[in-house]
Design a protein around this ligand. Structure first.
Ligand code: GDP
Ligand code: GDP
Length: 434
């Protein structure tokens, strides 16, 4: 079940501004990694308790209107393929431009629900300016101001009506495993190695896509759904381009999964695009198993694996309590081990710690190392409970939840991880007043 909103439109209409507004509540937890500026292309938001994702398909092309139609076409294709609903942003101050017409033309051919957000309606004088956009024929138009937020609530009220209500009801209730990673890390090769077919034949025709294929894997005692990353364009002229779009392309597969097999190319190490994909899995609280693939190509001595592993853990921090396996789809090294590990991570993700056991262990930890007092006030954690969520989340009930800092939270998470096996699974910790 995925609720994905895509924002499309020509440059400068306010897509990024709207993106930031819709994902506002989550910006605080976006972490900056040294040397890596995270692309603002994927974010999580929530409206009336309904979580959703937003993808900004235009994040890559900034600045002027002087862009190729082909570029816009790619953005719109991604939106049509990956999103449940599309927000087409236009600018009431400039009115309809040629590029707007082109976007509208492409969107009209798709079956996806499209909403026009007429942006920059910052004040009442500008109401009414948006009526010219009715000529696009998409129905109701939402006057908004992405900078001051007016009208965005009405837009969200409408958008949430069009999310998947009960998708995948006909799917069997078995673990869902997505194979993700940037292009050429070996995703298709892994899937072929598992299913023993050449299912994902890569054609040489530029721009060829393949559809998302979900395959039930049922052998050697394993039974799960394999979720393939949909139609990554293999042959693109612009290298960065394809990597950027591959991140957006991963969103749906990740959101529909329980555990992600996150593949890296051993000869390249971990790069920015890899991390972007990893963060999407983490933000969605999915289980993760890291495969350092093409290990057959690495010249090794007795220290190579350990050093490589340490480096990757450093890059993935703070969420680095994850299994890391060194694989080859060519020599079939550790392919079976991969599946065993995926299943262990799946079990970790649905693990429930009894409240009594949790309190017994954690109260002792807390007694030995209580939260630091703030302004002379002592913080008392009274009891702890695992919440009935899909992925592990713990509530610490206390007198002054607002005074507990990030480092103490991290400390508690680490102690939880030491006492119970949550390898491969993000953990959430909440402090609640009691
Ligand atoms: P993008 O290229 O479509 O992502 O557009 P941006 O979000 O970068 O916005 C382009 C310009 O329009 C920036 O200078 C924004 O500050 C401005 N802008 C965005 N939303 C609004 C709005 O609601 N009102 C006004 N007046 N300006 C806006
Ligand atoms: P995808 O884009 O992630 O699906 O990657 P592919 O499965 O298409 O693999 C990209 C290229 O890497 C192909 O030429 C594969 O033959 C090669 N490849 C994949 N896995 C391995 C591996 O474990 N070892 C080596 N040496 N090559 C691999």
């Amino acid at each position: 079940m995925s609720n994905i909103i895509a924002i499309v439109g020509r440059p400068n209409v306010g897509k990024s501004t709207l993106f930031n507004r819709l994902t506002e509540s989550n910006q605080a937890i976006v972490k900056e990694v040294s040397g890596v500026t995270r692309d603002r292309i994927y974010g999580r938001g929530e409206w009336n308790g309904i979580p959703f994702s937003v993808i900004d398909t235009g994040g890559y092309v900034k600045g002027s209107d002087d862009i190729f139609e082909g570029e816009i076409r790619k953005q719109v294709e991604i939106a049509i393929d990956e999103a449940n609903v599309i927000v087409f942003v236009v600018d009431v101050m400039t009115g309809i431009t040629d590029l707007d017409e082109k976007v509208a033309g492409m969107l009209r051919k798709s079956k996806k629900k499209v909403f026009i957000a007429a942006n920059k309606v910052d004040n009442t004088e500008r109401i009414g300016l948006s009526s010219e956009f009715y000529s696009f024929g998409f129905g109701e138009i939402f006057d908004i101001s992405a900078v001051n937020g007016s009208g965005t609530g009405e837009l969200l009220d409408e958008l949430v009506q069009h999310f998947d209500k009960a998708a995948d009801m006909d799917e069997p209730d078995i673990p869902r495993v997505a194979v993700v990673g940037k292009p050429n890390v070996g995703k298709s090769s892994l899937i072929n190695a598992l299913t023993g077919e050449d299912r994902n034949i890569v054609t040489d025709i530029s721009g060829t896509t393949r559809d998302a294929i979900n395959t039930r894997y049922n052998s050697f005692g394993f039974d799960f759904m394999l979720i393939d990353t949909a139609g990554i364009r293999k042959k693109s002229k612009v290298h960065e381009d394809i990597e950027y779009y591959s991140v957006l392309r991963s969103v749906r597969a990740i959101e529909n999964s329980d555990v992600c097999i996150f593949m890296l190319d051993a000869t390249e190490g971990i790069q920015k695009q890899d991390l972007s994909i990893f963060y999407i899995a983490e933000k969605n609280h999915k289980g993760v198993v890291v495969l350092v693939n093409k290990w057959d190509l690495i010249e090794k001595d007795h220290k190579t694996t350990k050093e490589y592993e340490d480096k990757i853990r450093e890059e993935l921090a703070p969420f680095n309590d994850v299994p890391i396996l060194f694989t080859s789809t060519v020599t079939k090294q550790r392919i079976h081990r991969t599946l065993e590990t995926v299943m262990r991570v799946y079990e970790n993700r649905i693990k429930r710690i009894p409240t009594s056991e949790l309190n017994e262990v954690m109260q002792e930890v807390i007694a030995g190392n209580p939260p630091p007092s703030v302004k002379g006030k002592y913080i008392k954690i009274k009891y702890i409970q695992q919440l009935p969520t899909h992925a592990p989340a713990f509530a610490f009930f206390c007198n002054l939840p607002q005074y507990i800092g990030e480092s103490y939270k991290r400390f508690l998470e680490n102690r939880i991880r030491e006492n119970w096996d949550f390898e491969g699974v993000p953990i959430r910790i909440f402090f609640r007043r009691k």
